[in-house]
Design a protein around this ligand. Structure first.
Ligand code: IPE
Ligand code: IPE
Ligand code: MG
Length: 237
């Protein structure tokens, strides 16, 4: 049961890690861990939306994850395909607006089409915004923002001395959104692995040993409860 006295963070980021170890513990191939992880993604997204979070950014595949064995990458691509088809109907009931961040040009044409369709059918929804970070890398995103600014300096007369922090954040894939208040990482590591580097300057970080396929509603509530006990000073006193 959620504790309704808790303040729910406006923007939550989740690094969904630990699928491979979850499978290994059971003597199963890593891809089975990804299947269970994908199922959990749907369930927990709907719960988090009902809980009143306004923006949820989920890290599904990093720019570095292409380094994995070919079979694992192709199993992940198949899963993305399948779960995108499902989410076309799934998230409608919850009025969840789905947006993809990351470089989609690296995916096959069928997957790109599905990504576009998923965004298109959800574009007028008014509920939680779900950012799915796929082939996402925060450094790459910062490079793109810098390039954009350079072009504006060269072609549109932008004064380099007038560039602000907001000018950079507006050009990131999360442009216009509030920074994440809480970043949850499952699987026990204490690192960002190239996730929302610029945006997380003042995010609260919560790491749990729980592996992603085992991260359920009560684990989310625990993270929200811990978040409520943090003293966010933003450099002040
Ligand atoms: C997270 O689980 C899913 C992706 C990165 C795609 P992992 O596959 O990284 O699982 P572990 O960390 O090896 O257990
Ligand atoms: C981070 O997990 C990326 C995603 C969850 C999509 P990784 O498993 O790729 O991170 P590292 O390699 O442990 O840093
Ligand atoms: Mg991992």
């Amino acid at each position: 049961m959620p504790d309704n006295s808790l303040i729910v963070p406006t923007h939550v980021g989740i690094i969904m890690d630990g699928n491979g170890r979850w499978a290994k513990k059971r003597g199963l191939p890593r891809s089975v861990g990804h299947t269970y992880g994908a199922q959990n993604f749907r369930k927990i997204t709907r719960y988090i939306s009902k809980r009143g979070v306004k923006v949820l950014t989920l890290y599904a595949f990093s720019t570095e994850n292409w380094k994995r064995p070919k079979e694992e990458v192709s199993a992940l691509m198949k899963l993305f395909h399948q779960y995108l088809v499902d989410s076309l109907t799934d998230f409608r009931e919850d009025d969840i607006k789905v947006v993809f961040i990351g470089d989609r040009t690296a995916f096959g044409p069928e997957l790109v089409k599905l990504i576009d369709e998923t965004e298109e059918v959800a574009k007028d929804r008014k509920g939680m915004l779900l950012n799915i970070a796929m082939n996402y890398g925060s450094r790459a995103e910062i490079v793109e923002a810098v390039k954009e600014l350079c072009h504006e300096v060269r072609d549109e007369g932008l004064d380099p001395d007038k560039i602000t922090e907001k000018d950079i954040s507006d050009r990131l894939s999360t442009g216009g959104l509030p920074d994440p208040d809480l970043i949850i990482r499952t699987g026990g590591e204490f690192r960002l692995s190239n996730f929302l580097l610029y945006q997380s300057a003042y995010s609260e970080f919560y790491s749990t040993e729980t592996l992603w396929p085992d991260f359920h509603e009560e684990d989310f509530e625990k993270a929200v409860s811990v978040f409520n006990h943090r003293n966010r000073r933003f450099g002040g006193v």
